[in-house]
Design a protein around this ligand. Structure first.
Ligand code: 13P
Ligand code: SF4
Length: 337
């Protein structure tokens, strides 16, 4: 092992990724494709990844589609171009496979907003309630959850619970509030939110809609209620993409992370997609966690099969049941990746 690799491995936990120099003349796209074959690897990418990573992926999808693919793959190594909770979910679903994440520090503000020890105490106050957790949570939180959900299947999951049962919904208060409105169910909400979906500016969106009167305004349910109220359509990333493909409008104002615009534009090159403006000055809708993954880190993670997702056996055993339950309900309801 070279001295540089040895040092990079030693600093992996602190930095979150293998900090190694790459030969600048290397064609990374070709190298990654080569490694994919050599290592019988599958690259699963979320829609919020950089477009160059999406273009290399074997499957691009939303959280539900990615979990379904991770559960069904016969690849020997899963390379997860997404964030930590997604790679953990893949590991729980395929515990005997190697799962690598290009940057271990690709976290999620929603997952971080709900530490398992605090949630455990919160849950004790409602002993008869069913716990539904948005998949954007840690593996440890999943051990305290009865059924998982994603933004694609959340309504179907809530509706599968008997009407006389109380529900705790964690960690996203915005998705939770949306589900209360949509299903009419009374739910106890954990007070978490996504840092990307919380910063859209209602005032700037209204002005944009005035300037583009025929544009459809579409939003992810992680957005706040006052933003969702303005929306012509609300859905998960894959549902938003489908809407833009099927709807006859020529322009769309899109309130979610900007990575999704790549697939929207590829699917409908003749249409215009305008990212909804946030209320900050940099005017960017990027998720800093998703965007930690780069082509360089992807290449290194495949070459050295590091950083690897490692979970305690207990966490896999206790955390997996809520994901299996979600996949079972989703299959019955006809959700397919
Ligand atoms: P979906 O792609 O499942 O809609 O999730 C959005 C998201 O925020 C993922 O982190
Ligand atoms: Fe988490 Fe929000 Fe980033 Fe998705 S967009 S990974 S919910 S911080």
């Amino acid at each position: 092992m070279s001295a540089a690799l040895k040092q990079a491995k030693q600093t992996l936990d602190r930095k979150g990724f293998l900090d190694l120099e790459i030969d600048p003349t290397l064609d990374l796209v070709k190298e990654i494709q080569k490694l994919k074959k050599e290592k019988k690897a599958i690259i699963l990418a979320h829609y919020y990844q950089e477009s160059e990573i999406q273009d290399l992926a074997d499957y691009i999808g939303d959280s539900l589609g990615l979990s379904q693919k991770a559960a069904a793959t016969d690849a020997e190594m899963i390379v997860f171009a997404g964030v930590h909770f997604m790679a953990e979910t893949a590991k729980m679903l395929s515990p005997h496979k190697k799962v690598v994440l290009p940057d271990l520090k690709a976290g999620c503000s929603l997952a971080d907003s709900c530490p398992a020890p605090l949630f455990k105490k919160f849950k004790e106050r409602y002993p008869d309630h069913v716990v539904v957790s948005y998949i954007n949570c840690t593996a440890e939180l999943k051990t305290l959850t009865d059924i998982c959900c994603t933004s694609s299947n959340a309504v179907a999951i809530i509706e599968s619970i008997p009407k006389d049962k109380g529900i705790i919904f964690a960690p996203d208060k915005n998705l939770g509030a949306y589900l209360i409105k949509k299903t009419g169910r009374d739910m106890v909400l954990w007070n978490g939110a996504c840092m990307v979906h919380e910063i859209f500016s209602q005032e700037k969106i209204t002005k944009l809609m005035e300037r583009h009167p025929s544009a459809k305004f579409i939003a992810h349910p992680e957005c706040e209620a006052h933003i969702l109220e303005q929306a012509d359509f609300i859905g998960s990333t894959s549902q938003l993409l489908k809407f833009t493909r099927e709807n006859s409008a020529a322009e769309f104002i899109v309130a979610t992370e900007s990575g999704i615009l790549h697939q929207m534009q590829l699917a409908s090159p003749q249409k215009t997609f305008i990212p909804a403006p946030p209320n900050n000055t940099c005017a960017c809708n990027d998720c800093p966690h998703m965007k930690r993954n780069t082509l360089e880190k992807l290449y290194l993670s495949m070459k050295y099969e590091l950083p690897e997702i490692v979970l305690e056996e207990r966490v896999i055993r206790e955390g997996r049941a809520c994901i299996d339950k979600m996949l079972e309900i989703s299959e019955k309801a006809g959700f397919k990746a």
